[in-house]
Design a protein around this ligand. Structure first.
Ligand SMILES: [Zn+2]
Ligand SMILES: [Zn+2]
Length: 348
């Protein structure tokens, strides 16, 4: 039925009448000889070791042995995961099925073991001046980092998992399908820790608190995010660390209001200044400037100070400032002032 006939008895070097005890002895002798720990880096020995284990898995199980003796090797008993399926004497493989399944299950060992660490996020308040100039701020960060002693494996020493023989996966029947599943003995690692790393207690990671400096470029606004690659939680088993996202909040300012990259400032003027015009002082992010107020300026009128706003984060081009005129009336009036104001009233 199968073209890939590998005789399990041949693999173990025994004849078909071998007793359970003889099978076990043959397996032990060969497994010891080809064990990957004793043949490091020897791919041929590893392949042989897997074959031996595969043969022993069948021949050591009376039910499987009986089936094997009766029907021979079924085509899905391959060494590496899903290889198709057979039913009622047909031997067929759906086109593309193998690709699909190897994509789904073939690489899970890697995924199972080397996981990327979680992303972290935090918030940071800055002042408008800091947003304007850019600033470097310290941030206290508590996160898991990879153990330096064991590189994240959690092991000081380990041995090959005996359930999956280092593959990290075992085959499981799902109806007519046989799918690879992560090995429950070693959680897909293929190895079992025989001595835990003393530095991290076997977890592969530790908690670290540190203060990092975060550079915030000019132009940051509320909701801006700064991404620090690799400053998130440590990955599993030496997997890459996650990223740290810092969400910024620009605190309200007592003088300036911000809209995008433009800023607004209320400028109090007297009735006299508003009526007759004159030089007035206007605060900007670059310092106070003097502006000429034209005669007859109404309250609420806006004057644009070009290029006095916040820089664009990407281009550096600055927004504008708008000086909003706010006429302030005197609160205490003498008889003389009253007469003068009444005189002004006639001008309306
Ligand atoms: Zn460690
Ligand atoms: Zn295992």
């Amino acid at each position: 039925m199968s073209t890939d006939t590998r005789d399990y008895y041949e693999i173990l070097g025994i004849n078909k009448k071998a007793s359970a005890d003889e099978i076990k002895k043959a397996y032990r002798r060969l497994a010891r000889k080809y064990h990957p720990d004793l043949n490091p880096g020897d791919a041929a020995a590893e392949k042989k070791f897997k074959e031996i284990n595969g043969a022993y898995e069948i021949l050591s199980d009376p039910k499987k042995k009986q089936e094997y003796d009766q029907f021979g090797e079924t085509p899905f008993e391959g060494a590496q995961g899903f290889e198709g399926f057979s039913s009622h004497g047909f031997d067929f493989r759906a086109d593309g099925a193998e690709d699909i399944f190897s994509n789904l299950f073939g690489n899970f060992r890697q995924q199972e073991v080397r996981l990327r660490g979680a992303d972290l996020s935090t918030r940071l308040d800055i002042t408008l001046e800091e947003a304007f100039h850019g600033v470097t701020k310290p941030i206290k960060l508590t996160r898991t980092i990879t153990c330096k002693s064991c590189g994240g494996s959690g092991a000081e020493s380990s041995r090959i998992c005996s359930k999956c023989h280092g593959v990290g996966s075992i085959k499981q029947s799902r109806g007519v399908f046989r799918l690879s599943q992560p090995c429950p003995s070693c959680n897909g690692a293929g190895k079992i820790i025989s001595k835990k790393c003393s530095a991290c207690g076997g977890s592969g990671s530790g908690v670290s608190s540190s203060t990092i400096k975060v550079r915030i470029p000019p132009g940051a606004d509320t909701g801006s995010k700064v991404k620090l690659r690799g400053m998130g939680s440590a990955g599993t088993m030496g997997g890459p660390a996650g990223d740290l996202y810092i969400e910024l909040r620009v605190k309200p300012h007592t003088t300036f209001r911000r809209e995008g990259n433009n800023i607004y400032v209320d400028v109090p003027v007297t009735i006299i200044e508003a009526t007759l015009g004159g030089k007035i002082k206007v605060p900007t992010l670059d310092g106070t400037v003097t502006m000429t107020l034209p005669p007859g300026t109404d309250s609420g009128k806006k004057f644009k100070l070009k290029g006095k706003g916040i820089p664009n984060r990407k281009t550096g081009a600055r927004g504008d400032e708008f000086a909003v005129i706010n006429i302030v009336v005197p609160k205490k009036v003498t008889k003389k002032t009253k007469e003068a104001l009444e005189e002004i009233g006639k001008a309306y």
